[in-house]
Design a protein around this ligand. Structure first.
Ligand code: SF4
Length: 317
Protein backbone atom coordinates (compact mmCIF):
# COMPACT_ATOMS: atom_id res chain seq x y z
CA UNK A 1 0.00 0.00 0.00
CA UNK A 2 1.17 3.51 -0.79
CA UNK A 3 0.30 5.95 1.99
CA UNK A 4 0.36 9.67 1.24
CA UNK A 5 0.56 11.84 4.32
CA UNK A 6 -0.82 15.34 3.77
CA UNK A 7 1.15 18.35 4.93
CA UNK A 8 -0.16 20.63 6.35
CA UNK A 9 -2.40 18.57 8.60
CA UNK A 10 -3.33 18.49 12.28
CA UNK A 11 -2.80 21.14 14.93
CA UNK A 12 -3.05 24.77 13.86
CA UNK A 13 -1.61 27.75 15.72
CA UNK A 14 -4.91 28.41 17.52
CA UNK A 15 -5.23 24.84 18.78
CA UNK A 16 -1.58 24.75 19.85
CA UNK A 17 -2.07 27.96 21.79
CA UNK A 18 -5.30 26.76 23.44
CA UNK A 19 -3.84 23.41 24.54
CA UNK A 20 -0.65 25.06 25.77
CA UNK A 21 -2.83 27.50 27.73
CA UNK A 22 -4.56 24.69 29.64
CA UNK A 23 -1.24 22.93 30.27
CA UNK A 24 0.32 26.10 31.66
CA UNK A 25 -2.77 27.00 33.71
CA UNK A 26 -2.70 23.52 35.28
CA UNK A 27 0.90 24.15 36.33
CA UNK A 28 0.05 27.53 37.85
CA UNK A 29 -3.43 27.02 39.31
CA UNK A 30 -3.55 23.22 39.63
CA UNK A 31 -6.66 21.05 39.53
CA UNK A 32 -9.56 21.40 39.49
CA UNK A 33 -9.36 23.80 36.57
CA UNK A 34 -12.51 24.81 34.73
CA UNK A 35 -12.76 25.12 30.95
CA UNK A 36 -15.89 26.50 29.31
CA UNK A 37 -16.75 24.14 26.43
CA UNK A 38 -14.29 21.63 24.98
CA UNK A 39 -10.97 23.47 24.74
CA UNK A 40 -10.74 22.18 21.15
CA UNK A 41 -13.09 19.77 19.41
CA UNK A 42 -11.12 16.56 19.92
CA UNK A 43 -12.20 13.69 22.16
CA UNK A 44 -8.63 12.56 22.94
CA UNK A 45 -7.43 16.02 23.89
CA UNK A 46 -10.44 16.53 26.13
CA UNK A 47 -10.16 13.10 27.80
CA UNK A 48 -6.45 13.60 28.47
CA UNK A 49 -7.19 16.88 30.23
CA UNK A 50 -10.05 15.35 32.23
CA UNK A 51 -7.52 12.81 33.58
CA UNK A 52 -5.35 15.73 34.72
CA UNK A 53 -8.22 17.32 36.67
CA UNK A 54 -9.75 19.67 34.11
CA UNK A 55 -13.51 20.07 34.41
CA UNK A 56 -15.25 20.98 31.15
CA UNK A 57 -18.52 22.84 31.60
CA UNK A 58 -21.26 23.95 29.21
CA UNK A 59 -22.63 26.56 31.58
CA UNK A 60 -20.88 29.07 33.81
CA UNK A 61 -23.40 28.09 36.51
CA UNK A 62 -21.37 24.87 36.88
CA UNK A 63 -18.25 26.83 37.90
CA UNK A 64 -17.97 27.53 41.64
CA UNK A 65 -17.29 31.18 42.51
CA UNK A 66 -13.75 32.56 42.48
CA UNK A 67 -12.33 29.72 40.40
CA UNK A 68 -10.19 30.06 37.29
CA UNK A 69 -12.06 29.46 34.07
CA UNK A 70 -10.58 29.16 30.60
CA UNK A 71 -12.58 30.02 27.50
CA UNK A 72 -12.04 27.62 24.61
CA UNK A 73 -10.44 28.31 21.22
CA UNK A 74 -13.91 28.79 19.71
CA UNK A 75 -14.61 31.94 21.71
CA UNK A 76 -17.52 33.00 23.92
CA UNK A 77 -20.24 35.62 23.92
CA UNK A 78 -20.10 38.64 26.24
CA UNK A 79 -22.96 37.07 28.23
CA UNK A 80 -20.73 34.13 29.18
CA UNK A 81 -17.80 36.41 29.93
CA UNK A 82 -19.97 38.61 32.17
CA UNK A 83 -21.48 35.61 33.96
CA UNK A 84 -17.98 34.35 34.80
CA UNK A 85 -16.94 37.80 36.01
CA UNK A 86 -20.06 38.05 38.16
CA UNK A 87 -19.02 34.81 39.92
CA UNK A 88 -15.65 36.36 40.72
CA UNK A 89 -13.81 33.96 38.43
CA UNK A 90 -10.33 34.56 37.08
CA UNK A 91 -10.74 34.53 33.30
CA UNK A 92 -8.21 33.13 30.86
CA UNK A 93 -9.30 33.61 27.29
CA UNK A 94 -7.86 31.00 24.91
CA UNK A 95 -10.02 32.17 22.00
CA UNK A 96 -8.09 31.84 18.75
CA UNK A 97 -7.08 35.33 17.57
CA UNK A 98 -8.62 34.53 14.18
CA UNK A 99 -11.99 33.94 15.88
CA UNK A 100 -11.53 37.15 17.87
CA UNK A 101 -10.99 38.96 14.55
CA UNK A 102 -14.49 37.87 13.44
CA UNK A 103 -15.95 39.00 16.80
CA UNK A 104 -14.33 42.41 16.34
CA UNK A 105 -15.71 42.72 12.81
CA UNK A 106 -19.20 41.85 14.11
CA UNK A 107 -18.95 44.48 16.84
CA UNK A 108 -17.70 47.13 14.38
CA UNK A 109 -20.36 46.44 11.75
CA UNK A 110 -23.13 46.39 14.37
CA UNK A 111 -21.96 49.74 15.77
CA UNK A 112 -22.04 51.17 12.24
CA UNK A 113 -25.66 50.09 11.88
CA UNK A 114 -25.14 47.11 9.56
CA UNK A 115 -27.25 43.99 9.51
CA UNK A 116 -24.77 41.12 9.53
CA UNK A 117 -25.25 37.87 7.64
CA UNK A 118 -23.11 35.29 9.43
CA UNK A 119 -22.35 32.38 7.11
CA UNK A 120 -21.90 29.38 9.39
CA UNK A 121 -23.44 26.46 11.22
CA UNK A 122 -26.10 27.38 13.79
CA UNK A 123 -25.29 25.87 17.16
CA UNK A 124 -21.52 25.58 16.58
CA UNK A 125 -19.67 27.03 19.60
CA UNK A 126 -17.89 29.61 17.44
CA UNK A 127 -21.11 30.81 15.80
CA UNK A 128 -22.89 31.01 19.16
CA UNK A 129 -20.05 33.16 20.50
CA UNK A 130 -19.98 35.49 17.49
CA UNK A 131 -23.77 35.95 17.48
CA UNK A 132 -23.54 36.88 21.15
CA UNK A 133 -21.45 39.96 20.27
CA UNK A 134 -24.36 41.54 18.40
CA UNK A 135 -27.46 39.37 18.77
CA UNK A 136 -29.84 41.99 17.39
CA UNK A 137 -27.77 42.61 14.28
CA UNK A 138 -26.75 39.09 13.21
CA UNK A 139 -28.69 36.58 11.11
CA UNK A 140 -27.15 33.11 10.57
CA UNK A 141 -27.12 31.94 6.96
CA UNK A 142 -26.43 28.23 6.42
CA UNK A 143 -27.32 27.76 2.75
CA UNK A 144 -28.18 29.58 -0.50
CA UNK A 145 -31.83 28.78 0.30
CA UNK A 146 -31.49 30.76 3.54
CA UNK A 147 -30.31 33.74 1.47
CA UNK A 148 -33.49 33.59 -0.63
CA UNK A 149 -35.62 33.70 2.54
CA UNK A 150 -34.05 36.97 3.77
CA UNK A 151 -36.31 40.00 3.76
CA UNK A 152 -33.68 42.77 3.63
CA UNK A 153 -33.92 45.26 0.77
CA UNK A 154 -31.27 47.22 -1.13
CA UNK A 155 -31.95 50.11 1.28
CA UNK A 156 -30.70 48.08 4.28
CA UNK A 157 -27.06 48.28 5.34
CA UNK A 158 -25.74 44.73 4.97
CA UNK A 159 -22.42 43.01 5.64
CA UNK A 160 -21.45 39.39 5.77
CA UNK A 161 -18.97 37.44 7.90
CA UNK A 162 -18.15 33.74 8.00
CA UNK A 163 -17.30 31.04 10.51
CA UNK A 164 -13.55 30.36 10.36
CA UNK A 165 -13.73 26.62 9.59
CA UNK A 166 -16.13 26.37 6.65
CA UNK A 167 -15.46 24.63 3.38
CA UNK A 168 -14.22 27.36 1.03
CA UNK A 169 -16.30 25.92 -1.80
CA UNK A 170 -19.52 25.73 0.22
CA UNK A 171 -18.98 29.19 1.67
CA UNK A 172 -18.40 30.63 -1.81
CA UNK A 173 -21.72 29.22 -3.04
CA UNK A 174 -23.51 30.99 -0.18
CA UNK A 175 -21.46 34.20 -0.51
CA UNK A 176 -22.20 34.32 -4.25
CA UNK A 177 -25.91 33.94 -3.48
CA UNK A 178 -25.61 36.86 -1.03
CA UNK A 179 -23.74 39.01 -3.59
CA UNK A 180 -26.28 38.19 -6.28
CA UNK A 181 -29.27 39.07 -4.12
CA UNK A 182 -27.61 42.04 -2.39
CA UNK A 183 -24.90 43.49 -4.66
CA UNK A 184 -24.37 46.32 -2.15
CA UNK A 185 -23.36 43.89 0.65
CA UNK A 186 -20.15 44.89 2.43
CA UNK A 187 -17.41 42.26 2.33
CA UNK A 188 -15.05 41.50 5.23
CA UNK A 189 -11.61 43.15 4.80
CA UNK A 190 -10.09 39.67 4.36
CA UNK A 191 -11.50 36.14 4.33
CA UNK A 192 -12.71 34.99 7.73
CA UNK A 193 -12.02 31.36 6.79
CA UNK A 194 -8.70 30.88 8.53
CA UNK A 195 -5.32 29.97 7.03
CA UNK A 196 -5.32 26.52 8.68
CA UNK A 197 -8.72 25.58 7.30
CA UNK A 198 -7.77 26.91 3.86
CA UNK A 199 -4.43 25.10 3.74
CA UNK A 200 -5.69 21.73 5.01
CA UNK A 201 -8.53 21.84 2.51
CA UNK A 202 -6.16 22.78 -0.33
CA UNK A 203 -3.88 19.84 0.49
CA UNK A 204 -6.82 17.43 0.41
CA UNK A 205 -8.20 18.94 -2.79
CA UNK A 206 -4.80 18.52 -4.46
CA UNK A 207 -3.98 15.00 -3.25
CA UNK A 208 -7.31 13.18 -2.77
CA UNK A 209 -7.81 12.45 -6.50
CA UNK A 210 -4.70 10.21 -6.34
CA UNK A 211 -6.08 8.17 -3.45
CA UNK A 212 -8.44 5.19 -3.45
CA UNK A 213 -9.42 5.99 0.14
CA UNK A 214 -8.92 9.04 2.38
CA UNK A 215 -8.68 8.78 6.16
CA UNK A 216 -9.28 12.03 8.05
CA UNK A 217 -8.22 11.97 11.70
CA UNK A 218 -10.56 14.06 13.82
CA UNK A 219 -13.60 14.01 16.07
CA UNK A 220 -17.23 14.01 14.94
CA UNK A 221 -17.81 17.50 16.36
CA UNK A 222 -14.77 19.03 14.63
CA UNK A 223 -16.16 21.27 11.91
CA UNK A 224 -12.92 21.55 9.94
CA UNK A 225 -12.38 17.75 10.06
CA UNK A 226 -15.87 17.09 8.72
CA UNK A 227 -15.18 19.59 5.92
CA UNK A 228 -11.97 17.71 4.97
CA UNK A 229 -13.98 14.50 4.70
CA UNK A 230 -16.62 16.17 2.52
CA UNK A 231 -14.01 17.76 0.25
CA UNK A 232 -12.34 14.38 -0.28
CA UNK A 233 -15.68 12.81 -1.10
CA UNK A 234 -16.41 15.63 -3.57
CA UNK A 235 -13.23 14.74 -5.46
CA UNK A 236 -14.64 11.22 -5.89
CA UNK A 237 -12.44 9.54 -3.28
CA UNK A 238 -14.29 7.74 -0.47
CA UNK A 239 -13.32 9.41 2.81
CA UNK A 240 -13.80 8.41 6.43
CA UNK A 241 -13.51 10.47 9.60
CA UNK A 242 -11.84 8.48 12.40
CA UNK A 243 -11.02 9.57 15.92
CA UNK A 244 -8.17 7.08 16.15
CA UNK A 245 -6.91 3.77 14.73
CA UNK A 246 -9.58 1.75 16.56
CA UNK A 247 -12.23 3.31 14.31
CA UNK A 248 -10.71 2.10 11.04
CA UNK A 249 -12.94 -0.44 9.35
CA UNK A 250 -10.54 -2.55 7.30
CA UNK A 251 -13.24 -3.41 4.76
CA UNK A 252 -12.76 0.22 3.54
CA UNK A 253 -9.16 -0.56 2.64
CA UNK A 254 -9.23 -4.08 1.24
CA UNK A 255 -8.84 -3.00 -2.43
CA UNK A 256 -6.99 0.27 -1.79
CA UNK A 257 -3.59 0.71 -3.38
CA UNK A 258 -3.17 4.34 -2.33
CA UNK A 259 -4.46 5.86 0.91
CA UNK A 260 -4.30 9.54 1.84
CA UNK A 261 -4.06 10.32 5.55
CA UNK A 262 -4.74 13.81 6.85
CA UNK A 263 -5.93 15.31 10.14
CA UNK A 264 -8.21 18.14 11.20
CA UNK A 265 -6.80 21.17 13.01
CA UNK A 266 -7.62 19.76 16.45
CA UNK A 267 -6.30 16.20 15.96
CA UNK A 268 -3.04 15.33 17.79
CA UNK A 269 -0.15 14.07 15.66
CA UNK A 270 0.40 10.93 17.78
CA UNK A 271 -3.00 9.63 16.60
CA UNK A 272 -1.90 10.12 12.98
CA UNK A 273 1.36 8.26 13.64
CA UNK A 274 -0.52 5.38 15.30
CA UNK A 275 -2.72 5.08 12.20
CA UNK A 276 0.34 5.04 9.92
CA UNK A 277 1.89 2.30 12.07
CA UNK A 278 -1.34 0.31 11.89
CA UNK A 279 -1.56 0.64 8.10
CA UNK A 280 2.06 -0.39 7.59
CA UNK A 281 1.77 -3.32 10.01
CA UNK A 282 -1.38 -4.55 8.27
CA UNK A 283 -0.71 -3.82 4.61
CA UNK A 284 3.06 -3.11 4.49
CA UNK A 285 4.16 -0.40 2.08
CA UNK A 286 5.60 3.06 2.49
CA UNK A 287 4.67 6.56 3.56
CA UNK A 288 5.26 9.56 1.32
CA UNK A 289 4.75 12.93 3.03
CA UNK A 290 3.41 15.45 0.52
CA UNK A 291 4.10 19.13 1.33
CA UNK A 292 1.53 21.39 -0.31
CA UNK A 293 1.87 24.63 1.67
CA UNK A 294 4.34 25.72 4.35
CA UNK A 295 2.91 27.11 7.58
CA UNK A 296 4.75 29.13 10.19
CA UNK A 297 1.90 30.69 12.19
CA UNK A 298 2.34 30.97 15.93
CA UNK A 299 0.02 32.61 18.47
CA UNK A 300 1.13 33.96 21.85
CA UNK A 301 -0.38 32.58 25.04
CA UNK A 302 -3.26 34.74 26.34
CA UNK A 303 -2.12 37.89 28.14
CA UNK A 304 -4.11 36.94 31.25
CA UNK A 305 -2.18 33.66 31.50
CA UNK A 306 1.16 35.39 31.07
CA UNK A 307 0.22 37.87 33.82
CA UNK A 308 -0.81 35.00 36.09
CA UNK A 309 2.42 33.16 35.33
CA UNK A 310 4.41 36.26 36.24
CA UNK A 311 2.62 36.50 39.60
CA UNK A 312 0.27 39.36 38.70
CA UNK A 313 -3.46 39.71 39.26
CA UNK A 314 -5.57 39.14 36.19
CA UNK A 315 -7.96 41.90 35.22
CA UNK A 316 -11.05 40.66 33.40
CA UNK A 317 -11.79 42.53 30.18
S1 SF4 B 1 -8.85 26.27 12.88
FE1 SF4 B 1 -8.31 28.38 12.39
S2 SF4 B 1 -9.73 29.65 13.62
FE2 SF4 B 1 -9.80 27.55 14.45
S3 SF4 B 1 -8.29 27.56 16.10
FE3 SF4 B 1 -7.21 26.88 14.25
S4 SF4 B 1 -6.31 28.77 13.37
FE4 SF4 B 1 -7.89 29.37 14.84
Amino acid sequence: MKIILANPRGFCAGVNMAIHTVDEALKIVGAPLYVYHEIVHNRHVVNDFVKKGVIFVDSIDEVPGNQTVIFSAHGVSPTVRNAAKARGCTLIDATCPLVTKVHMEAIRYARQGYNILLVGHAGHDEVVGTVGEAPNAIVIVESPEDVQKLSFTDKDKLAYLTQTTLSLDDANVIINAIRERYPHVKEPPSSDICYATTNRQQAVRDIAPEADVVLVVGSRNSSNSIRLTEISQNTGSPAYLVDDKSEIDHSWLKDAKTVLVTAGASAPEHLVQEILDELIATYSGSVEERHIINEDEHFELPLSLRVLRDGGAVKSR
